[in-house]
Design a protein around this ligand. Structure first.
Ligand code: HEM
Length: 411
């Protein structure tokens, strides 16, 4: 076990990328949150502590609640988040990064769209997307699962919900990746320039789309945002940042978990067989896929009042790093947490967070996973890895594979 003064985590190392769970276990073994200079947070790894902070409305996302404008500006400079006007207006400000009444108002604008019943209506459309995709290699053979399947589903699905054409899917994916990457620990100037330029491009795209929906409303989220703006319930900037967040939030995370979920099924062939033989297990299998490799493992909160965590008192203004990925492997919450069990129940994981910022797209994300794996296992008798062990992305805020080549044999 690591001594108390060893570095908390080494998230850019290949060892951490391959298997972050021993490092997470070491953090959980420490009695109290550990300060991590790289993220400037106190890392919280135990399930009970992470859940309590996520669900506590006095723990907030926006620094303005606990810092003066000068301190916020200084922090942004330190983190290389300054001098990026488009990023500041549409990414640094968002539904996700606001709290209290502003957050409630923005969340209400789109909440009605993401209910389980409305998302359930998308099932046939998602099945059609996945079936058409799979038709392309129905005869079997080798595919690269991330590029050939995972990356092609969420863009079309989220595009359909928002109301953007399929042809724009690849662009949306690139934009979403270029912006999301800048949330990670690598805040180089090159990544910064890319994030700013991409936000600007994305902004221009959404301005045109919102204008078009205002003139000709349709039954999609962009039309709803355009109507909210026209009725004075949201500013233009808020409508753009909300659309951008939905497009980004639902994209990379879903691609990543599709890949890690297939990798888990390949590493636990008995579980793949069990799911194949009993497709009714799909809902619990999907929950387990999200718990086992949570694609967005790290988010922060600021304490707006003095708080005790793990027996230590932290002052107002403390920034906590919530390790959802570590909490989801906590043996205090999940028996045999490193075992992938498609029938695990109960499975109250934190892959979608909790409390005021609970993921808005969770029903849609689960549905996508369900449809992809139900379809693949129905249409292919065998799915086997080819080539060497796949490579995981480095970093703390995303968990996903770079590539996953597999061979398919049709049913
Ligand atoms: C497997 C896929 C996904 C995962 C693991 C995931 C995870 C999360 C997590 C952990 C949060 C909370 C962040 C925090 O605690 O600070 C969140 C928030 C959010 N997610 Fe997701 N998400 C996924 C897919 C989606 C999809 C498909 C959409 C949209 C259709 C979406 C939209 C959002 C939005 C808008 C928020 C902000 C909610 C708020 O602040 O009130 N997500 N997501």
């Amino acid at each position: 076990m690591a001594s108390d003064d060893s570095p908390a985590l080494d998230p850019l190392s290949p060892a951490f990328a391959w298997d972050p769970y021993p490092a997470y276990a070491r953090l959980r073994a420490r009695p109290e949150p550990v300060y991590d200079p790289l993220t400037d947070t106190f890392l919280v790894a135990r399930f009970a502590d992470v859940a309590a902070i996520a669900r506590d409305p006095t723990m907030v996302r926006a620094p303005e609640a606990v810092m003066s404008p000068e301190e916020v500006a200084e922090r942004r400079r330190r983190e290389n988040w300054h001098d990026m006007p488009f990023h500041a207006r549409f990414v640094q400000f968002s539904l996700l990064d606001s709290d209290g009444p502003v957050h409630d108002r923005l969340r209400r604008l789109v909440l009605g769209w993401f209910t389980p019943s409305l998302m359930g209506l998308q099932r046939p459309a998602i099945e059609a997307v996945v079936d058409t995709l799979v038709d392309g290699f129905a005869g079997g053979g080798e595919i690269e699962f991330i590029e050939d399947v995972a990356a092609r589903v969420p863009g079309r699905v989220i595009g359909r919900v928002l109301g953007v054409p399929d042809a724009d899917g690849p662009r949306l994916r690139r934009w979403s990746e270029d912006i999301v990457q800048f949330f990670d620990v690598d805040r180089s100037d090159a990544r910064k320039a890319l994030a700013e330029a991409t936000t600007r491009e994305f902004h221009d795209y959404l301005v045109a789309a919102l204008d078009e929906r205002r003139a000709r409303p349709r039954g999609d989220v962009l039309s709803r945002l355009a109507a909210a703006e026209a009725a004075g319930r949201a500013s233009r900037d808020e409508a753009i940042s909300t659309a951008m967040l939905i497009l980004m939030a639902g994209h990379g995370s879903t691609i990543d978990v599709l890949g890690t979920a297939l990798h888990a099924l390949l590493r636990f062939p008995d579980e793949m067989r069990r799911l194949r033989e009993d497709p009714a297990l799909a809902p619990s299998a999907v929950q387990e896929m999200l718990r086992f490799e949570s694609p967005l493992p790290f988010f922060h909160r600021y304490a707006t009042r003095e708080t005790e965590v793990g027996g230590r008192v932290f002052p107002r203004g403390t920034r906590f790093g919530l390790l959802y990925g570590a909490a989801n492997r906590d043996p205090q919450a999940f028996p045999e947490p490193d075992r992938f069990d498609v029938g695990r129940a109960p499975n109250r994981h934190l892959a979608f967070g909790g409390g005021p910022h609970l993921c808005l797209g969770l029903h849609l994300a689960r549905l996508e996973l369900d449809v992809v794996f139900t379809t693949l296992l129905r249409r292919f008798r065998e799915i086997a890895p080819t080539g060497p062990e796949p490579v995981y992305k480095t970093g703390l805020s995303v968990r996903g594979l770079r590539a996953l080549p597999v061979a398919l044999r049709p049913a």
